[in-house]
Design a protein around this ligand. Structure first.
Ligand code: RBF
Length: 218
């Protein structure tokens, strides 16, 4: 049995459709086995909610401390890319998405901005962004300082930009706690629950609600 203190997200009251959303994931590389599982769980859940593979942009940074800056810059890059891909410019644009390193997107010369019925990746601003990191307490004060900075930094980014930022950062007291929360626990209690799935669900829910709220629809 898994650690009973590990709780997952209950299903949302409404099923949200992610088929017209563009979502970015930016992950740290510290604690890479845990990160890999969390990113996989996140992507699986995004796809289950209808988000298309080609509309999931994945980037990486060295550690969790870099996540707030990278999140802010990616949100801005998505806006710049969107304005560069205005319909009148699409014909003359060869491949905007190839300008960024993206392990998941399939770049295409046919760009679209906000229309799910066409093929090819969306180039509209990101509807939500999921920073993913894993901080594990060591014997110095780094853990406390980085956790505090990252948590406040990510909250600041979403409030300043108006783009939903999901808190995809595990802050664990030891390796086993982190492994269990990435769904790959090695203890006799079991493998635990992959919190990346919750982050995928939360991103689609916030993207959908924010789409309405930003139009004054409650
Ligand atoms: N980054 C993480 O994402 N998770 C960690 O557990 C983590 N622990 C760190 C411990 C120490 C002592 C140091 C110096 C850095 C650690 N980092 C960790 C990296 C940090 O987030 C950042 O990438 C670097 O400090 C470079 O800015």
């Amino acid at each position: 049995m898994s650690d009973p203190t590990i709780k997952g997200l209950p299903p949302p009251p409404t099923k949200f459709d992610g088929s017209n959303f563009r979502i970015a994931i930016v992950h740290a590389r510290w604690n890479d086995a845990i990160i890999k599982s969390l990113v996989e769980g996140t992507i699986n859940k995004l796809k289950e909610q209808g988000v298309k593979q080609e509309n999931i942009v994945v980037k990486s940074v060295p550690g969790s401390y870099e996540l707030p800056f990278a999140t802010k810059q990616l949100i801005e890059a998505g806006k710049i890319q969107s304005s560069n891909a205005a319909p009148s410019m699409i014909a003359s644009t060869t491949n905007l998405l190839s300008l960024i390193d993206n392990t998941t997107s399939q770049p295409s010369t046919e760009k679209k901005t906000d229309n799910a019925s066409n093929s090819g990746p969306l180039t509209k601003p990101f509807d939500a962004i999921i920073p993913i990191g894993c901080l594990i307490k060591g014997s110095t004060m780094h853990f406390e300082y980085i956790c505090d900075a990252v948590t406040h930094g990510l909250m600041k980014v979403q409030l300043e930009t108006g783009t939903p930022v999901i808190f995809g950062v595990l802050t664990a007291l030891n390796d086993d706690q982190a492994l269990e929360r990435a769904g790959i626990g090695r203890t006799e209690k079991g493998k635990g629950h992959n919190h990346g799935e919750d982050w995928g669900l939360a991103a689609v829910e916030l993207a959908a609600q924010n789409q309405d709220w930003s139009k004054g629809i409650l």
